[in-house]
Write a protein that binds this ligand. Structure first.
Ligand code: AMP
Length: 282
């Protein structure tokens, strides 16, 4: 695996990887890799001739009071895991390399970026779309792989790619969960044993909503109320939002007539966790 720390090195290496019409797959990450990330890498390996991964904790997508400084960084271990998956290229730039001067140019998917996590984390999705646009320009992948775990992010990136004609195919891969149902996340590392148990409430809420939906409930308000009753019984967790939205536009729905995204964010201690499920009446 070739590790590139500068933009120029990465451009040369990814151009060489695509030489002769080979398909380059790309998996952007912030590191502290787990099986969720590796599932994206395996999907990319299966569908592409060469695979590039990036590890970059992007300052632009963190708010001033968020966990940028303490975000888990496990670079050596990440490299070992990626080597085991036979990844071809790793792009691991510094923040100074990516943002040599204070950024004054941004990519914003208007409206969608203020929904779900965008409401509680102002500027977050603008940071995400700006860095992903830069990474697409640097790496020029044919396919880019994202996780359904961050469903709003995936929808916003799909929209950015469509609106700005990026020559990239976006592939979204299923959520990888622990055996007890907790969605894998780099932020799970912040949880102690007790908090880890409380964190299961996110999945329990989604299961409750899914069960009611399968028994015929289509009223989004009633489904949300049922989910809120579940978290009300868990003293270790505090709800940020629970919403049922159109999976493409992220607009709230009142009745589930087509596929609908149920998205939840909650604090367990000071750790903010997210999860989701898609309801599909068909
Ligand atoms: P992050 O390092 O948190 O920025 O995540 C990098 C990519 O991995 C994003 O596309 C995430 O949606 C994806 N990802 C993170 N956790 C999971 C998971 N549990 N299952 C599937 N994909 C995931």
């Amino acid at each position: 695996m070739k590790i590139c720390k500068t933009i120029e090195e990465m451009q040369v290496a990814s151009r060489a990887a695509r030489f002769g019409g080979l398909r380059l797959g790309f998996v952007p990450t912030m590191g502290a890799l787990h099986e969720g990330h590796l599932s994206l890498v395996r999907a990319a390996k299966a569908q592409c001739d060469a695979v590039a991964v990036s590890i970059f904790v992007n300052p632009l997508q963190f708010g001033p009071n968020e966990d940028l400084a303490k975000y888990p960084r496990t670079f050596e271990r990440d490299c070992e895991l990626l080597e085991q998956e036979s990844v071809d290229l790793l792009f691991a730039p510094t923040a100074e390399e990516m943002y040599p001067e204070k950024a004054i140019t941004y990519v914003t998917v208007e409206g969608m970026s203020e929904r779900l996590c965008g409401r509680s984390r102002p500027g977050h999705f603008r940071g995400v779309t700006t860095v992903v646009a830069k990474l697409f320009n640097i790496i020029e992948p044919d396919l880019a792989f994202f996780g359904q775990k961050d469903a709003a992010q995936a929808a916003i990136i799909r929209r950015m790619v469509r609106d700005l004609n990026f020559p990239v195919e976006v592939v979204v891969c299923p959520i990888v969960r622990d055996v007890d149902g907790l969605a894998l996340s780099s932020r799970n590392a912040y949880l102690n044993a007790e908090q880890r148990k409380s964190a299961l409430v996110l999945h329990r809420m989604l299961l409750e909503i899914q069960n009611r939906f399968e028994r015929g409930e289509r009223d989004a308000g009633k489904l949300i109320e049922a989910g809120k009753r579940v978290i009300a019984g868990e003293s270790g967790a505090r709800l940020d939002y629970l919403e049922i939205v159109d999976p493409e536009t992220l607009e709230p729905v009142t009745e589930v007539k087509g596929p609908a995204l149920v998205a939840v964010a909650a604090f367990v201690g000071t750790t903010r966790l997210i999860d989701n499920v898609v309801l599909d009446p068909s």
